[in-house]
Design a protein around this ligand. Structure first.
Ligand code: UD1
Ligand code: CA
Length: 446
């Protein structure tokens, strides 16, 4: 059976105290709404509908970037979760199959949980969880295996408030059934809202079946404040560290390593303390990322060594056994197998050939103030310390530069480029100069 997702993302999130819509705040570098879309994507949905409201334009732009096939519909007034889902009615016109409703501010519903929801044979299925602190949640009223109705905390009787089985907000039902039921949802309740949760009672009163699928409370964690955002980040990072280690990655000090939602690290990679992975990083087997490195949008080949204190920016692509040392920045550059950039260098918009050695303090001058230009460094070449490569420029294979050279023209294969002022020695001058300077200081201080 086909599945369609409806993701509710219209809420304002006033407790975030932000000019940015709540669902665009990020956990592990991915907006909250993206986490919900990612969970749902595990069901290979035939359609994804995101209901936007507050900050609709910004949310719609992000959703389109994440999944161009997703459809956004606007809920101009937030009249309740039932009203929000109803906005997806037209977008799901003609769809036959199951609809699963997710919240855009609830990032951790697992694909396994959604698969269990989707396997349910009931007419309406609700994702529930047990909690010690059910305060504000809707309560699930069950009789045996059957879910009878959901009562919101505000509308609940003292007896109902004792129930610890709560509504996560995730609901699934056959599409036609869901929208038929929604047509009958009213707003005669303590909040004056159209409650999505009312579809359960309406279904059972019509003789349809409703069931609860349960999950851990942690999965249903919703984000309403910056404090909860930080808690969610912590949960994500804790899980990502465990996953990495379970997959065979050594983390020397797990608590200090930060992953992105999409970090991919192969088994037998080694990661030292205080390493931060931004979005879009892949690391191959046997690579070693030493302490205090920052990586984003880059690839680290097998058995490569990075750091300590290295920065790999987007487009850095390191082949096998490449070495990037301390205080080196690599941006939009390929570093071929066995090449070394070991100390204090900037290599940007460049290619560095196989087994080339880039000396300390080398800079590719890639930017002329208006445009970026490329530098090519040939295989097995040797770049002397403190070389400036003024791009566009090319060094041939097995070429060299003398230390301190400013390279402004291409260097042929096998050639040495040298461009610097020749040093001269002045015998005895150093001692004489010191005497003069000390005498001056004495005079000044007396
Ligand atoms: C809802 C459930 C409650 C459940 C709880 C779990 C209802 C009536 N209640 O309550 O049973 O325990 O979630 O967190 O469904 N939204 C819209 N448009 C609206 C209203 C809400 O898009 O008009 C979105 C919000 O942005 C949010 C989600 O729907 O992402 C839930 O809305 P919220 O107002 O937080 O519902 P709760 O009162 O927490
Ligand atoms: Ca809520």
């Amino acid at each position: 059976m086909q599945t369609a997702l409806v993701i509710l993302a219209a809420g304002m999130g006033s407790r975030m105290k932000s000019s940015k819509p709540k669902v665009l705040h990020e956990v592990a570098g991915l907006p909250l709404v993206g986490h919900a879309m990612r969970s749902g994507a595990a069901l290979s949905p035939a359609r994804t509908v995101v209901v936007t409201g507050h900050g609709a334009e910004a949310v719609e732009a992000v959703v389109a970037g994440l999944d161009p096939s997703a459809v956004c519909v606007r809920q101009t007034e937030q009249l309740g979760t039932g009203h929000a889902v109803d906005q997806a009615r037209d977008a799901l016109d003609g769809f036959e199959g199951q609809v699963i409703v997710l919240y855009g501010d609830t990032p951790f519903i697992s694909p396994e949980t959604l698969a269990r929801m989707s396997d349910s044979d009931a007419d309406v299925t609700v994702l529930g969880f047990e909690t010690a602190d059910p305060e504000k949640y809707g309560r699930l009223v069950v009789e045996g295996d059957a879910l009878m109705r959901i009562v919101e905390a505000k509308d609940a009787s003292p007896d109902e408030l004792e129930i610890r089985l709560c509504n996560s907000g995730v609901i699934s039902a056959d599409c036609a059934t869901l929208f038929n039921l929604l047509s009958n949802v009213g707003n005669d309740n303590a909040s004056g809202e159209y409650y999505l949760t009312d579809v359960v009672g309406l279904a059972t009163s019509k003789g349809m079946s409703a069931k609860v699928v349960t999950c851990l409370e942690e999965e249903t964690m919703g984000i309403n404040s910056r404090v909860q955002l930080a808690e969610a980040e912590a949960v994500f990072q804790r899980n990502a560290r465990v996953t990495a280690m379970t997959n065979g990655v050594t983390l020397a000090e797990p608590a200090s390593v930060y992953f992105s939602h999409d970090t991919a690290i192969a088994a037998d990679a080694w990661v030292g303390p205080n390493v931060v992975f931004g979005p879009g990083v892949t690391v191959d087997a046997g690579a070693e990322i030493r302490a205090f490195c920052h990586l984003e949008g880059c690839h680290v080949g097998p058995d490569a060594q990075i750091g300590p204190f290295a920065r790999l920016r987007p487009g850095a692509d390191l082949a096998a056994k490449a070495r990037i040392g301390n205080f080196v920045e690599i941006k939009n550059a390929t570093i071929a197998e066995g090449a070394k950039v070991n100390h204090l260098s900037y290599v940007g918009d460049a290619s560095v050939g196989e087994a080339a050695n880039i000396g300390a303090g080398t800079i590719t001058c890639n930017y002329d103030g208006v445009m970026k230009h490329r530098t090519e460094i040939g295989a097995r070449s040797f770049v002397g310390s403190n070389t400036l490569l003024v791009a566009p420029v090319k060094m041939g294979d097995e070429s060299m530069t003398a230390s301190g050279t400013v390279v402004t023209k291409d260097v042929p294969d096998g050639a040495l480029a040298i461009g610097r002022v020749e040093a001269q020695n002045k015998p005895g001058f150093a001692r004489k100069l010191m005497q003069i300077l000390r005498a001056k200081k004495m005079k000044r201080d007396s």
